[in-house]
Design a protein around this ligand. Structure first.
Ligand SMILES: Nc1ncnc2c1ncn2[C@@H]1O[C@H](COP(=O)(O)OP(=O)(O)OP(=O)(O)O)[C@@H](O)[C@H]1O
Length: 688
């Protein structure tokens, strides 16, 4: 069952606000609407059907039970003490009598129980409004209820409202059958906060059952094998997967030094591993991508988190990706005759390209998005002596860094358990005797740039995990809409690689600089759609022609084609300016019937590209805080706040993707982008 709304109920406002902000913090609004009420405001009418109720405690449950119909699902939140203030409690001399102040008798007692469980050695006396207390007590501890502390108390330690336990968060998502939520990400957040505590607590308390179990339950919820160690490589936590993988016994591992319990090869490998860079490592003949993350506590280095991710998992994604790319990318469908133009500049470029097609040198195509770089690349391939061999396209901004290297260069048979008998052929090998099209080359990471440079210099590749050199017979065409010179200045692109690539540079001008092409291309595309839709041709009014000619065309020919398709759908005989969808917001009314299926397909496609979470965040922002429109800077900031770190160009690519799928509209200049109706529907669909 999936629920649209979560109604949070607490006894009073402080606790309610703290629960709400905690849930908002972990991004729950991407999945549910959030409503919040205090007990006093609850009656039968306040709980709607598709709502799940989250109660702050058992006591609150008892209070609102009469208003909960049998069919309303509810979860009683487990809540932990907020450990970040525990240091102040540890400073109180052992055995001192202290008042524990809370709003209800039950919550005061619950909190005392938790303190006792974690081994706090104080004599705690519950206090709540109306209760009596020993007048010789001078210190009070309260979970966020300072106003209730009796006046005679000299020192009050406010440990803040209690926090929702991670198991409750898991329960919310499990009950709603939501699988897209990133538990790893959530667990990492909880883990960071717990580690902070472990640093503050004495060893004795660190060993306490509650804390250790919490830390372990968190890392056991991560799908990959995880080891957490502090400085001097002392192991602080290991999840079950890591224990199995490294053949270790839990009891003998905690607090031991890494080098005492894992192989020296692994220790050396981990020491050399750069933070956030995936590297292959084999354990018991199984291959893993290993990643290191730095952990900091109060801005001081604490230690590291090591994550082992099974290659098989990655390979699954890769496999699907490869199948798709086979369907799409191995043949070049465009020839020079498909490049329609009335403009001198493109005629000129076509003539040069035809000549260059005959040579085998590397070509670099430059131009804005949608200007036809890929169309040219395919036409060049088809006009070359390689036309009977594969044309393999690879988009550097569309494949995750993790997949890209093995995707390009392949890996060796037997390199990993379960690897195919003949290994995996990389795209360079697939393009043998043909052409490889390296699209969005400006997005290549430094390590991929290094490898590409070597390939270009030596005309040879080596598969990952292999030692055999494979000679290449492949023509390389690269393309980018970035200013590579600028990237070189900023040290983001290797100058030597640039010179290798730009042996024969071709600059394709944007549509707004070749206005002669606008109307002929528009008619061409329109004709394509007449026959597709089996509809009679339409006429363009003068106002429409003028509007087409004066529009800026930020999406260039791709956008022009979209406009022709749109008009072919909506206009009967004459197209007037008002029919042109330069604001695409009306566009989607028409395609409702197939819409749901195609949205589902989109979700899958994005999931496969490992982009779904990022794209949903972008759309969510454009719909809420970023409405009515936002520039890249604001979007990047928002993503950063949500722990998604993208470069400007990576964001551009994602925006382009969303724009192509018509989920957002990218406006020229400083207007930024805005979400379309279809984008809003997509968001709703993702949230189920
Ligand atoms: N001269 C042309 N004649 C006909 N159609 C064209 C022409 N140029 C581009 N197109 C159309 O425009 C679309 C976009 O072109 P293409 O994918 O080659 O652009 P691109 O410059 O590679 O874009 P990006 O940088 O976004 O990858 C193509 O699908 C094709 O339909």
């Amino acid at each position: 069952m999936s629920y649209k709304t979560i109604l949070i109920i607490a006894y009073e406002k402080n606790a309610l606000n703290s629960m709400v902000s905690q849930l908002l913090d972990i991004g729950i609004r991407d999945y549910f609407n959030i409503e919040a009420r205090i007990v006093e405001d609850i009656d039968h009418s306040s709980i709607e059907n598709d709502t799940m109720v989250l109660l702050s405690s058992h006591i609150v449950y008892k209070m609102v039970k009469p208003f909960l119909n049998d069919d309303i699902p509810y979860i009683i939140s487990k809540r932990m003490i907020n450990f970040s203030k525990i240091r102040h409690i540890l400073e109180i001399p052992k055995g001192e009598r202290v008042l524990l102040v809370s709003n209800l008798k039950g919550t005061a007692k619950e909190t005392i129980d938790i303190f006792q469980e974690i081994g706090v050695q104080l004599e705690l006396e519950p206090y709540y409004p109306g209760a009596s207390f020993s007048t010789d007590i001078s210190t009070a501890i309260t979970p966020g209820e300072v106003q209730l502390v009796p006046g005679s108390i000299k020192k009050t330690i406010d440990i803040g409202s209690r926090i929702i336990d991670i198991s409750t968060i898991f329960e919310i998502f499990n009950r709603s059958n939501i699988t897209s939520f990133s538990y790893n990400h959530l667990s990492a957040r909880y883990m960071q906060s717990l580690l902070q505590i472990t640093d503050e607590l004495s060893d004795e308390i660190l060993k306490s059952k509650v804390l250790q179990t919490s830390l372990e339950s968190i890392i056991n919820n991560i799908d990959d094998a995880v080891i957490v160690y502090s400085q001097h490589e002392r192991i602080r936590a290991v999840n079950q997967r890591a224990l199995n993988l490294l053949n270790l016994n839990h009891i003998t591992v905690i607090n031991r030094k890494m080098k005492e319990i894992v192989s020296s090869t692994l220790v050396n490998f981990i020491r050399k591993l750069e933070v956030d860079e995936d590297q292959f490592f084999e354990v018991n003949k199984e291959a893993f991508y290993v990643r290191k993350k730095d952990l900091r506590v109060e801005n001081q280095p604490f230690g590291s988190l090591i994550i082992f991710r099974e290659i098989d998992e990655i390979r699954k994604i890769e496999h699907e990706f490869r199948n798709k790319s086979k369907e799409k990318n191995l043949v070049a469908k465009y020839s020079f005759k498909d490049i329609k133009t009335e403009s001198n500049s493109i005629h000129h470029i076509k003539n040069i390209s035809k000549k260059l097609a005959k040579s085998d040198s590397t070509i670099l195509l430059l131009g804005e998005t949608g200007t036809g770089k890929e169309v040219f690349a395919q036409a060049i391939h088809n006009a070359s002596t390689r036309s009977n061999y594969p044309f393999v396209g690879v988009n550097f901004a569309a494949i995750s860094e993790t997949l890209l290297e093995s995707e390009l260069f392949g890996y060796e048979s037997g390199a990993f358990t379960g690897a195919k008998k003949n290994g995996h052929i990389g795209l360079f090998e697939q393009a043998h005797k043909g052409t490889i099209f390296l699209d969005e080359i400006g997005d290549a990471s430094p390590s991929i740039q290094n490898r590409l440079l070597r390939v270009l210099q030596e005309k040879q590749i080596m598969r990952l995990g292999g030692d055999q050199v494979i000679s290449l017979d492949v023509r390389i065409i690269a393309a980018t809409n970035k200013d590579l010179n600028q990237l070189i200045q900023a040290n983001e692109f290797r100058e030597d690689l640039y010179y290798r690539l730009s042996v024969l540079p071709i600059n394709i001008p944007p549509l707004r600089l070749r206005k002669n092409d606008i109307l002929p291309l528009f008619h061409n595309f329109a004709e394509e759609f007449y026959s597709l839709l089996k509809r009679p041709p339409f006429k363009l009014s003068d106002s429409a022609k003028n509007a087409l000619l004066t529009y800026d065309w930020p999406g260039n020919i791709r956008e022009l084609r979209n406009v022709a398709e749109y008009v072919a759908h909506i206009c009967e005989e004459v197209v007037y300016e008002k029919h042109l969808p330069f604001s695409l917001s009306q566009h989607h009314v028409l395609i409702d019937t197939e819409e749901s299926d195609s949205l589902e397909e989109l979700i899958q496609e994005f999931e496969q590209k490992e982009f779904l979470h990022e794209l949903v965040l972008i759309l969510h922002f454009l719909k809420t805080d970023g409405a009515p429109s936002s520039g890249r800077h604001a979007i990047l900031n928002y993503l950063k706040e949500n722990n998604v770190d993208l470069t400007d160009q990576q964001l551009r690519y994602r925006q382009k993707l969303l724009n192509e799928k018509e989920l957002i509209l990218i406006q020229r200049g400083r207007k930024g982008s805005k979400i379309t109706c279809l984008g809003e529907k997509f968001l709703e669909k993702v949230k189920g």
